[in-house]
Design a binder for this molecule. Structure first.
Ligand code: AMP
Ligand code: GLY
Length: 388
């Protein structure tokens, strides 16, 4: 199979890595890709939203779309209209991520437990922007001061919902209309600082399996969360093909959905794909079968630069990636570039270091050992990923 991966981050590098291991692969392309992906694929300097003409020229057997923005903008529809097979939902189905109001409406119609909408702005509550906000559209307000700050920052339209409490987890389902299979749960460490302190980020590290939610529990979550939503989307004439990501909170009242995404999570994917023993390509092509998952654990540590999440960094030389890889770890590029053949920073989250091990503790130790080999001015990462 000739495959084109769309996107340029750590998630797309992990997807390209998993695809490159498939015996079915004959040719791998990426748009725009990154220096890590370039070791596995032919990279085309085309922005994700503009890949229609490139795909028409390459005629791949499958296009795998990584990020949400092009899906919400209708890239999968455009490609299907051109007769090209796509992993990723139509714009109509991607609204499950693109509009929080739509997601809420679908969940309520499907009877899927989620946070109640509140009519009155009073703490504790959560302020959420309706549209895509790249992880920056949510204010969790425990106090009146936090709520006042959120309301002055939030651009309309937003809504208010009940503040839920409990451990968070992500459960991904590969879906082809009515059919769906689930990955085991993963956990994303969203805050910048150790001990879950400081501002939210795109994700500072991930682990799978979880100490508190067994791999097998994904099956029950698939039945009670993903399947009802997939049925409701199909009923509305928007069948979902691609990856349906449920962000969940295990509250005292049971599992509740915090959000849906219409694509693989970043950086959960970097910990989940190394555990996948099945050939990923038939799955991405919509031929679903139960996933074979390794009992081994995987831990991903995100190396950030500059004063991320306030600001990223560019052009700072990076050393030690090969040394990190020589330990047996995977180093996925998230925000890097090549300047005159030299690897440099180019973003907020720069590299993702993933290691596997017999236990979470082993995987964690291996990931941190590998990360310690990597150096660039301003590098910072959490030291407590997968630490309970
Ligand atoms: P999201 O952008 O929807 O992923 O939300 C970002 C983070 O905000 C989530 O990972 C949660 O930690 C938090 N969050 C979102 N909604 C709620 C809620 N209803 N109650 C408590 N925390 C929430
Ligand atoms: N890891 C959070 C996300 O992908 O949205």
């Amino acid at each position: 199979m000739k495959v084109l991966v769309v996107g340029s981050g750590g998630r797309e590098h992990a997807l390209a890595w998993a695809i490159s291991r498939s015996p079915l692969l004959t040719e791998l392309h990426a748009a725009p890709g990154n220096p890590g992906i370039a070791a596995l694929a032919h990279c085309h300097p085309v922005r994700a939203n503009d890949v229609g003409p490139l795909a028409a020229e390459l005629r791949p057997d499958l296009v795998v779309v990584g990020p949400e923005a092009p899906l919400v903008a209708g890239l999968a529809d455009e490609l299907r209209q051109r007769g090209i097979a796509v992993f990723g939902p139509s714009a109509a189905a991607a609204r499950i991520e693109g509009s929080k109001t739509f997601a809420k409406d679908v969940m309520d119609a499907a009877g899927v437990p989620n946070a109640r909408t509140l009519a009155v702005a009073r703490p504790p509550c959560v302020v959420k922007l309706d549209g895509l906000a790249a992880g920056k559209g949510v204010w969790v307000c425990h106090t009146q001061e936090e709520l006042d700050a959120a309301l002055s920052e939030a651009r309309e339209p937003f809504h208010l919902e009940e503040l839920l409490e409990g451990p968070e987890l992500s459960v991904f389902a590969l879906a082809a209309g009515d059919e769906a299979v689930a990955f085991p749960p993963a956990r994303d460490y969203k805050r910048i600082g150790d001990g879950d302190t400081g501002p939210n980020t795109g994700g500072m590290g991930t682990v799978s399996p979880l100490p508190d939610v067994a791999d097998e529990e994904s099956q029950a979550i698939l039945e009670t969360v993903h399947r009802p939503v997939l049925r409701e989307l199909a009923r509305r004439g928007a069948p979902f093909h691609g990856l349906l990501y449920a962000g969940l909170m295990r509250t005292d009242d049971g599992m509740r959905v915090i959000e849906f995404n219409c694509r693989f999570g970043d950086p959960e994917t970097q910990s989940l794909l190394p555990r996948l023993e099945s050939d990923v390509l038939p799955l991405l092509a919509g031929e679903l079968s139960e996933l074979e998952i390794s009992p081994r654990a995987a831990v991903t540590v995100v190396l950030a630069g500059g004063d991320y999440p306030a600001q990223g960094d560019s052009g700072t030389p990076i050393d030690g990636v090969e040394e990190a890889e020589a330990t047996g770890a995977l180093v996925f590029h998230a925000g890097t570039a090549l300047h005159d053949g030299r690897l440099v920073t180019n973003g907020g989250r720069i590299l993702n270091v993933t290691a596997t091990g017999d236990t979470v503790a082993d995987a964690r130790a291996a990931a941190y050992d590998a990360a310690a080999h990597i150096h660039f001015a301003g590098v910072h990462y959490r030291k407590d990923i997968a630490n309970g």
